[in-house]
Design a protein around this ligand. Structure first.
Ligand code: C2E
Ligand code: CA
Ligand code: CA
Length: 407
């Protein structure tokens, strides 16, 4: 048992917990035997049985802090392991939110069933179960998040969900090298919902897997149209797509990616997978194999938000990475803060030493772009060059782009 427990010795005949009193702990019986007794409304007392080693008693109170529904008395000398409500609450808080809510609701219903069967609610002065569930649900974001995830599932594939494309600029030539695909949700009532809000929710619900596959297909199709309409059919533009750890956990990830790339007729070299350091750290075995297959097929692998995640750099050798994207927080501070500038310089030379390309994210001012070019950074992306925009605007942008204008 992994709970942090404390041992308690109880003498035969002693009361361990009393019906209707508040309960702050549950107990696992290590040795000895207890009897569970219910006191009914007319003062009648009824034994509901005995429990011995291995049984757990008083578990309900630590879940919902309700009073004890029965009295428990030692009928032999007992040794009990105590699980405190605090310890349980801490563990529950660390659990997946859906698991947390479901556990709570199941136990509340179970308690109600027992209570209805055995004793009158009035004697416990306890609210009806519906109130309990509602109180719990309203006190958390869980229900709201489940609603958002469900809604997202219904609207993925409709025009409510779209992709915007942000140009990534080659700092040496000033030309557009490629794009990052960024998801957008225009909700009919709530308005624009930021991906910073809905992406973590659909990641948690697992919906991200469908969303990423949709995004890859859409962005590959868009890349073909951009190439055709803007007259850039030489295969030199790339499309960078964000993926999360859930995508990598799905068994057919590589198959799905291959299929999409071949069906949409883009060259695998034109597709870059953007992943975070966190993903690599949490799923190293699975990720290495998956990434190697993608890399062998010719796709690019970029580390997103580089510099914000893991302190050890050893994973850069281990995984087949070819691009580092410097997080925008360093670029934002680069000209005001020497430490950020040093970090940017270090990442650029790290990239050079490891034969990786380096992309700077969040470039908002010309001076930052010029400085990055001087430092030898390969590419840049940011509001200074262009904001993420819809496909039609991207086609116009590529068609009319003047490489000398911005740099
Ligand atoms: P990210 O992958 O780091 O994407 C870059 C974010 O920086 C985008 O925010 C982009 O609009 C914003 N940005 C670009 N240039 C600038 C700039 O100059 N200044 C500032 N302040 N911001 C800039 P966005 O579109 O709101 O996306 C937020 C995050 O949501 C993304 O961060 C990414 O983690 C996630 N996301 C968006 N679309 C997808 C998707 O299709 N799949 C997955 N898995 N995640 C996505
Ligand atoms: Ca990204
Ligand atoms: Ca980023």
């Amino acid at each position: 048992m992994s709970f942090s427990t404390e041992k308690k010795a109880i003498k035969a005949g002693d009361i361990i917990m009393r019906q209707c009193e508040p309960g702050h702990a549950a107990y696992i019986i290590e040795s000895g035997r207890v009897e569970i007794v219910l006191e009914q409304s007319g003062g009648k007392v009824q034994s509901v049985g005995t429990r011995g080693p291995g049984a757990i008693i008083g578990e309900m109170a630590i879940v919902d802090n309700a009073p004890r529904t029965a009295t428990v008395r030692a009928i032999e000398d007992c040794e009990l392991l105590e699980i405190t409500a605090e310890d349980f609450a801490r563990r529950l808080a660390a659990a997946d939110p859906v698991l947390r809510m479901t556990t709570q609701v199941i136990l509340t219903r179970y308690r109600d069933m027992l209570t209805r069967a055995d004793i009158s609610r009035d004697s416990l002065n306890w609210p009806p179960p519906e109130t309990l569930e509602l109180d719990y649900a309203q006190g958390t974001d869980v229900v709201q998040n489940i609603k958002i995830a469900n809604e997202f599932k219904d609207v993925l594939g409709t025009e409510e969900i779209s992709l915007h494309y942000q140009p990534i600029i080659d700092l040496q030539t000033g030309g557009i090298g490629g794009f990052e695909a960024l998801m957008r949700w225009q909700h009919p009532e709530k308005g624009f919902i930021s991906p910073g809000i809905f992406i973590p929710i659909i990641e948690e619900s697992g919906m991200i897997v469908l969303a990423s596959r949709w995004a890859l297909r859409e962005s590959c199709l868009a890349l073909k149209r951009i190439e055709n309409r803007a007259g850039r059919r030489d295969g030199s533009l790339f499309m960078s797509v964000n993926f999360s750890s859930h995508d990598f956990a799905s068994e057919d990830f590589v198959d799905a990616v291959y299929t999409t790339i071949s069906e949409t007729d883009v060259d695998p070299k034109q597709v870059h997978l953007e992943i975070t350091e966190r993903l690599l750290i949490h799923q190293p075995d699975n990720a290495k194999e998956t990434l190697e297959m993608c890399r062998k097929a010719g796709m690019g692998i970029s580390i997103d938000d580089f510099g914000t995640g893991y302190s050890s750099l050893s994973y850069l050798h281990y995984f087949p990475i070819d691009t580092l994207k410097i997080d925008q927080s360093f670029i934002r501070d680069m000209l005001k803060n020497d430490a950020s500038l040093e970090l940017v310089k270090s990442i650029i030379s790290l990239g050079k030493n490891m034969k990786m390309k380096v992309i700077a994210e969040g470039v908002e001012h010309k001076e930052e772009g010029l400085m990055l070019r001087e430092l030898g950074c390969d590419m840049a992306q940011g509001y200074y060059f262009a904001r993420p925009c819809a496909e039609k605007a991207v086609i116009d942008l590529v068609s009319s782009w003047n490489p000398e204008e911005k740099m």
